[in-house]
Design a protein around this ligand. Sequence first.
Ligand SMILES: Nc1ncnc2c1ncn2[C@@H]1O[C@H](COP(=O)(O)OP(=O)(O)OP(=O)(O)O)[C@@H](O)[C@H]1O
Ligand SMILES: [Mg+2]
Length: 512
Amino acid sequence: MAEDFVIEMLHITKVFPGIKANDDITLQLRRGEIHALLGENGAGKSTLMSVLFGLYQPEQGVIKKNGEEVRVRDPNDANRLGIGMVHQHFKLVECFSVLDNIILGVEDTHYGFLQKAEARKKVVALSEKYGLRVDPDALVSDISVGMQQRVEILKMLYRDNDILIFDEPTAVLTPQEIEELMEIMRGFKKEGKSILFITHKLNEIMAVADRCTVLRKGRYMGTVDIADTTKEELSRLMVGHDVRFAVEKKPQVPGEAVLDVQHLVVPSRVHKKDAVRDVSFSVRRGEIVCVAGIEGNGQSELIFGLTGLEKPASGSVSLLGKDVTNARIRDRSKLGMSHIPEDRHKHGLVLDFSLEDNLVLQRYWQPEFQNRGFIKRGEVRTYAERLIDQYDVRSGQGPVTVARSMSGGNQQKAIIAREVDKDPNLLIAVQPTRGLDVGAIEYIHKQIVAERDQGKAVLLVSLELDEVMNLSDRILVMYEGEIVGEFDPKKTTVEELGLYMAGAKKQGEAKA
Ligand SMILES: Nc1ncnc2c1ncn2[C@@H]1O[C@H](COP(=O)(O)OP(=O)(O)OP(=O)(O)O)[C@@H](O)[C@H]1O
Ligand SMILES: [Mg+2]
């Protein structure tokens, strides 16, 4: 008997200017399986899923559902076929409530009146059934990314979809939320729903997937059964060579303080309570200090306060002895502060600018790139080409590619290239490897350690304890807006950090 495939994508080819994003790719999804899709940044994963969801029309290839050829002209077609998608960068309407976002486009009306009470009942029932905690009346702009994602999942369930596409859902989640999401996916599978799951984290694939299809540079490399494979084999299939998971780091003696923070208080944008409460610490030359904590404990606001994105309520920030508490962002940058922001779309890139213009955002006014108000396009081009080459930033058209069209991981690599190449005194990196493939993570970790070895001060914020333990020279744990402990990674364990992160323990007078 033929295999029971609910969806088949056969010989799919999708071309963008300058690049074959999908080159003769075949993917067969069994009914009731969790099927992982793995590949380097820019390998064509999101493109392939967008073809299935009707956002792109392929140049070649066919899609079959239950063995019959179907046309997916747009997401409404996809919906009718039971296909739903949670996008890599969410597509919610920020000024709408959770409930309005969920029903948007499929509103039930009765004599022209919106049947909101019915809709609310269904949403509440679904959220209880699957443990997807949301507040139906909250505005999307006020809720955490974790909750935004639950809204996206509820959107699919509300439409009774049974083929669910998750494009890098775990990249924005905390370890606890990742566990919850994997449990939810297992629940969907038990009910016979079929899942396509994109992730760069091999542990997650090993933990939940039944099979995994691997892409490399737009091409199909094969499909493997998870039961008969290893992480090493998957990464080899993906990048074509072995990947090292641990970082090598020489001991280093820190020098003078570069960043000094005293009694900093930063207000919260959503709550009445301050997000950062009386935080003091410093970061010296030649050390990587990592702020660890569960998402939402003031780490984001701490960085907003340090980088000038939010005005502190009190306290001081100084950079190489200069008070920059209220300095303009450009002045901080001139004093040698670099910032790899948490939200790459909001604070990292101008999405409608070209890649090359994004790479000179913080220095186009320098004489190197500008003469009497005119940009030296040739210099910008040469500079961009060097960074693109050095950091392996992949895109369809090189320097002139519009940033918006680049794959998520390559957008991230572009920001890192710009911020590290500025030759900063202080590098502030928030979740720098979020959404990067294992090969790119290895490269970026090496770059961060190289910065430290050259005597730069590095302040890293990461939710991933592996990254924290691997990279940092000193760890500060934040809990409810305060630093509750300081640790030497060589003398602590993930378990001990976990206790402090959860608020179960606190050091006497935790000062750094
Ligand atoms: N709308 C578009 N216009 C032009 N080029 C595009 C467009 N969408 C994707 N591309 C290009 O197609 C290639 C594949 O991109 P895609 O987003 O599918 O990668 P991905 O595997 O999802 O990567 P990542 O892991 O970084 O998210 C990239 O080189 C990208 O620049
Ligand atoms: Mg993608």
